[in-house]
Design a protein around this ligand. Structure first.
Ligand code: TRP
Length: 379
């Protein structure tokens, strides 16, 4: 059994299914990604002339592949572009889905670069066990596009497409990729079995294709422009495969995409926030302020079981879901640090920290709702 297969057996972790705890170190220890360290963060600040995003400083975007090469190229005056995506699975995004998009917006603003966003209704259609029709999946992609636009990307520099609409431009690249990858390899990388439908087996090449600027001739005059992919850690298998085949594509090989990985926003009760989770324990960008308050107060777990226990031992900020949410969405370093100190000592109560989080998330969702595209989407 290959290393990668062992991983999948130990705890089910494929891009389509994550159960058990997510092992963030594995990517670095076993799969050759690199941790983002202080030097790299300083380098980003120097090149962009802007403060690094708090998620970099807090280790929430924590590892990468070849980010240094992108920065080297940039310093030599070479262009690069950003590529991210979303498999449309529900009518509106939840706050966990916002993470890669908010971070991508920071990167686009900081580096002033083009961005392409892939909406994979094909992927969701192929992997859904429910009776999702292709039309429904396509429609969901359009619904999600409105939420994604609301993240505030630069309209002059951003191209959003669905796979069904844009397949004629992706297919030549996908074919080249498909010829380079064997069944044996995808079985190892993605855990496919004899029962996997053959659409799924080919799908990784469709997600790989936009990593190559050849798919966007109307955006790029030059050939072989470097690509940087911001994504959650579960998407890394796609880009391991992509990077592996890149040198064999085109006449002389193509640049490997660089990748930057985020941790997951935790579930109300555990490590990963999944789209199939209970809607009562998921905050959607369309939730009302009251929905948000009820969900957090009623369903979000804290690290201690009772107020007495909390005031005696204090909160455990490493595991406490409420604190972890603040780590994502309270961007003010000083405020976050004060909360950490007060909550760990027990001075700040479980109720108190939840009140604080409710306000932070209400503000986040409200700011999101204010953007035009989002309002249009709900008419
Ligand atoms: N597979 C991703 C999902 O299920 C969607 C996706 C497509 C993506 N291309 C991407 C995610 C590039 C990150 C980067 O949501």
């Amino acid at each position: 059994m290959s290393n990668e297969q062992e991983q999948i057996v130990e705890s089910v972790q494929t891009p389509w299914e994550t159960t058990g705890t997510v092992d963030y170190d594995k990517l670095v220890d076993r799969f050759g990604a690199q941790l983002i360290d202080e030097n790299l963060i300083q380098r980003i600040e120097k090149i962009t002339g802007k403060p690094a995003h708090p998620w970099l400083k807090r280790g929430l975007f924590y590892s990468h592949r070849d980010l240094n090469r992108i920065l080297d190229a940039r310093e030599k005056g070479k262009n690069f572009y950003l590529y991210t995506g979303r498999g449309p699975s529900s009518n509106s995004l939840h706050v966990g889905h916002l993470v890669p998009f908010m971070f991508t917006k920071y990167l686009q603003d900081a580096f002033q670069v083009p961005l392409v966003i892939q909406l994979t209704e094909d992927e969701k259609y192929l992997c859904s066990k429910k009776s999702l029709t292709l039309e429904d999946a396509h429609q969901l992609a359009y619904e999600n596009a409105k939420d994604i636009i609301a993240a505030g990307f630069d309209p002059q520099r951003t191209f959003i497409f669905t796979d069904l609409d844009y397949m004629d431009k992706l297919y030549p690249m996908a074919l080249q990729i498909e010829r380079c990858v064997t069944m044996n390899q995808v079985r190892g990388i993605f855990g496919f079995t004899d029962d996997t439908n053959i659409g799924m087996v080919a799908y990784p090449s469709i997600q790989a294709a936009p990593s190559f600027s050849e798919c966007f001739p109307f955006i790029f005059q030059e050939k072989n422009v470097h690509c940087l992919v911001p994504c959650a850690i579960d998407q890394d298998p796609f880009f391991r495969m992509t990077r592996d085949v890149a040198p064999r594509l085109g006449k002389k090989g193509l640049n490997k995409p660089a990748v930057i990985h985020s941790r997951f926003l935790p579930l109300f009760t555990g490590p990963k926030m999944s789209s199939s989770g209970n809607p009562e324990e998921t905050i959607f960008v369309t939730d009302t302020p009251t929905d948000i308050e009820t969900k957090i107060k009623k369903y979000m777990l804290t690290s201690r079981n009772s107020d007495e226990e909390h005031s005696q031992s204090g909160g455990d900020c490493e595991t406490d879901v409420v604190f972890q949410y603040l780590k994502f969405f309270e961007f003010d370093e000083e405020k976050l640090e004060n909360i950490r100190v007060d909550y760990s000592s027990g001075c700040l109560s479980r109720e108190g920290i939840k009140d604080y989080l409710v306000e932070v998330i209400q503000k986040l969702v409200y700011t999101f709702l204010l953007t035009d595209s989002h309002l249009i989407s709900r008419k």
